[in-house]
Design a protein around this ligand. Structure first.
Ligand code: BGC
Length: 735
């Protein structure tokens, strides 16, 4: 019996304090007993099954994996192998390996597992921290039912470029909103006690600025000033670390010449030194192996890459076998110091202790029976409702009126699996996923006439005939997201972000019929759709809304739920405007309509005007803002406004606070989000909204130092990033 003999008295640490003294002692004791090979084994992550043979959940245990676990050669596994196999492998690790150190199984549980929420970009449009946290709790407990104890989420890459397919996985373009999202998701995934068997370790990825890739092309090079890195791309990671995230995944790309996978400035100076991160870093899939020619070419061979990565601060090698093959020898040769190795092993063991794996190594095979998946489906329905952004609604086309004969069109109108979004590799019951089912459940008189696919030829005659037979057309548009033909998600960059295939022909055909039509978009990125936006009567941005998506989207379309989502990304008119973001610098010649010498495109209306801007979203009622004020009060600025619901329906407004530092030592963005508050108002009601912003939030990074906000500021308490009455306040100081 080779059970670990360390006393079990110590409770797993609270996640915010991964390095609790009692646990450190237990790690010291373990390190003292570990061989060099066993130490390296803790830094190796291999697949939990044979990928070549297909589904790793099915079939017998893979002997290669079994041997690695029993010999202590792989302390970490990736890809779900199912709960039973997980427990079998865990038993081998605990009972048959020399020191009985438990394994940990990571998998990408990004926005659901047994039930599925909208894609993260959609969720971000809910601007709702409680919703985010609650969802992550559900993702975590569902992951646990599959024996997964570590997820590779939340993805925190700020992205300003809609060409990049992975924008679907992130919380949009704003560092402040993404920071709030980061903290909520970490708290949800890990809970107050990640060791309670219902939570998982979170992983902040992809560290960092992966979304700033040149040309929006995935895996591509990033060139970025240190100021922009600190002001825009790092804040969500810092927020995630401060919320107690147990793991961080450096990104694939090269930044300013140095791959993130072997970048001591990012991994040591910033992550550990400045943010105080105490958990473990894990490479992205095979990225240590990508450090060699003909790829990044930073190291001549895999052995040097292994040494370079761990010396730079990469604790775990996911799937490149560089550590497994070469680290023992590199340590013996003195290229990697013993203390560097020990430090990395300590980080891994800390996470295993924090997850309670030493005390409770086995996953609860009865957990699934204890869950109420119907409740989860309801939660996903609410998430879908709240992620919808209503972008246009002429002549009160929506909500749908009772008795209207609706024809629903397009292959995405009744396609449950295409509603699930990126990273959905499981078979998730989809009875509530499709819009057709959702509309029917909500009592809409609807006929389904698919008429066209997302990529195929469009039968204009069929579209016209179907439209003519109905009072109202609901036409679905967008992108495919299923693994095989995905148009968003990993490595799905698009050089043209208009509607794929011949969907534009549908727009023209519908316009020609003169029938009122509602366009529903199912997509994972902002699309350049000026013609569609112009032609339709109502435009519903539904994203990939998840396993209850059809329900949730139909609820908003029928008015059972109010549209309360607001964009977290700008929509361009044309692809060539990317990257496009509201918090840009003004330039020396801010755009003025009609002025020949102000910054512009000759063939697009931007950069002064996005097709739809950050923060924008309509309700079924309208809101008015009055008495907006910004007042400095000690170490905070207090923003107040009276918001009135001008209509008859109850609605919910997302009141947003933006500022601009008017004069600073460097040019500052034209507007930056600094706070928001949701306010629910019945028809005719007025409420006073108060948003406090700490003065410290108004500073910025320049040349490696934090510059305090001083002097005059402009401010807007507004419904989106373009509107609002101009206010000023003054923080005093030297400027
Ligand atoms: C992706 C990561 C993911 C990892 C493990 C990589 O290809 O970039 O986001 O977590 O695979 O599946």
């Amino acid at each position: 019996m080779k059970h670990l003999t360390i006393a079990c008295a110590v409770l797993a640490c609270a996640c915010a304090d991964a390095a609790a003294p009692a646990i450190e002692k237990r790690i010291d004791a373990l390190l003292a007993r570990m061989t060099l090979e066993e130490k390296v084994g803790q830094l190796v992550q291999i697949g939990s099954g044979d990928f070549a043979s297909g589904d790793v959940e099915k079939g017998p245990l893979d002997s290669h994996v079994v041997n690695a676990v029993v010999r202590g050669e792989a302390g970490l596994l990736i890809s779900c192998c199912g709960i039973k196999k997980y427990n079998q492998l865990q038993k081998m690790a605990v009972e048959e390996s020399r020191l009985g150190i438990p394994i940990m199984l990571g998998h990408d549980v990004i926005h659901g597992c047994r039930t599925v929420a909208p894609i993260p970009l959609g969720l971000s449009c809910a601007w709702d921290e409680d919703l985010w946290r609650g969802l992550a709790e559900t993702f975590a407990v569902e992951a646990r039912t599959r024996g997964i104890d570590w997820t590779f989420a939340p993805m925190l890459d700020v992205s300003r470029d809609a060409r990049w397919g992975r924008i679907a996985e992130c919380a949009g373009q704003d560092p402040f909103l993404a920071s709030r999202y980061a903290a909520s998701m970490v708290r949800g995934f890990q809970g107050d006690n990640p060791a309670d068997g219902r939570h998982v370790a979170a992983c902040l990825k992809h560290y960092v600025a992966y979304g700033a890739c040149e040309g929006g092309r995935d895996y591509n090079t990033v060139e970025l000033s240190d100021d922009t890195l600190r002001n825009v791309y790092l804040p969500p990671f810092e927020a995630g670390v401060r919320a107690g995230a147990l793991t961080v995944m450096p990104a694939f790309h090269v930044m300013n010449g140095l791959p993130c996978s072997a970048n001591p400035y990012l991994l040591r100076t910033t992550l550990r030194g400045r943010f105080g991160f105490e958990g473990m870093t894990v490479s992205d899939w095979g990225s240590v192996g990508e450090l060699v020619p003909p790829r990044h070419g930073m190291y001549a061979n895999l052995a040097d890459a292994a040494a370079g990565a761990i010396n730079a601060g990469m604790d775990v090698d996911m799937m490149s076998n560089a550590y497994r093959r070469h680290l023992v020898e590199r340590v013996k040769a003195g290229v990697v110091k013993a203390n560097v190795l020990d430090e990395a092993v300590r980080h891994v063991l800390r996470v295993k202790f924090a997850l309670g794996l030493f005390e409770h190594p086995y996953a609860d095979e009865k957990l699934l029976e204890k869950l109420d998946l119907k409740k989860h489906a309801e939660q996903m329905r609410v998430a879908a409702q709240r992620s919808v952004v209503l972008l246009k609604n002429e002549k009160r086309t929506l909500p749908l009126k009772r008795g209207t004969r609706v024809v629903l069109m397009g292959e995405l109108g009744d396609n449950p699996s295409e509603m699930l979004g990126t990273w959905q590799t499981w078979d998730v019951p989809g009875e509530n996923a499709a819009l057709l089912a959702g509309l029917r459940a909500d009592g809409v008189d609807v006929v389904y006439a698919p008429c066209y696919t997302m990529t195929g030829a469009v039968d204009v005659v069929a579209v016209t005939a179907a439209a003519t037979n109905a009072d109202l057309v609901v036409a679905t548009f967008g992108e495919l997201c299923g693994w095989a033909a995905a148009m968003n998600g990993e490595n799905t960059s698009r050089a043209d972000i208009g509607l794929p295939g011949e969907q534009d022909k549908v727009v023209e055909a519908l316009r020609a019929t003169g029938r009122p039509f509602v366009a529903v978009l199912f997509n994972g990125r902002p699309l350049a759709i000026p013609e569609l936006a112009d032609a339709c009567d109502a435009l519903v941005e539904a994203w990939n809304p998840g396993s209850s998506g059809g329900w949730g989207v139909a609820d908003v379309m029928t008015g059972l739920a109010e549209p309360t989502g607001r964009l977290t990304v700008d929509f361009p008119h044309k692809t060539g405007e990317c990257p496009l973001y509201y918090n840009r610098l003004e330039t020396g010649r801010p755009w003025v309509d009609g002025d020949r010498w102000t910054t512009r495109y000759v063939d697009a209306p931007s950069p002064g005007r996005s097709l739809f801007s950050f923060g924008f979203g309509l309700s079924y009622t309208t809101f008015a803002y009055a008495n907006e004020k910004a007042a400095v009060d000690g170490d905070k600025v207090v923003f107040t406004a009276d918001v009135t619901n001008l209509g008859g329906r109850t609605g919910e407004e997302v009141v947003q606070v933006y500022v601009r530092d008017v004069v600073a030592c460097v040019s500052r963005p034209r507007r930056e989000l600094k706070g928001w508050q949701r306010v629910k108002l019945v028809g005719g009601e007025t409420k006073s909204v108060r948003i406090e912003v700490p003065v410290s939030r108004l500073g910025f990074w320049h040349a490696g130092t934090r510059v305090a906000g001083e002097g005059e500021f402009n401010a807007w308490i507004a419904p989106d990033s373009d509107r609002g009455r101009l206010l000023t306040f003054n923080l005093g100081g030297a400027r």
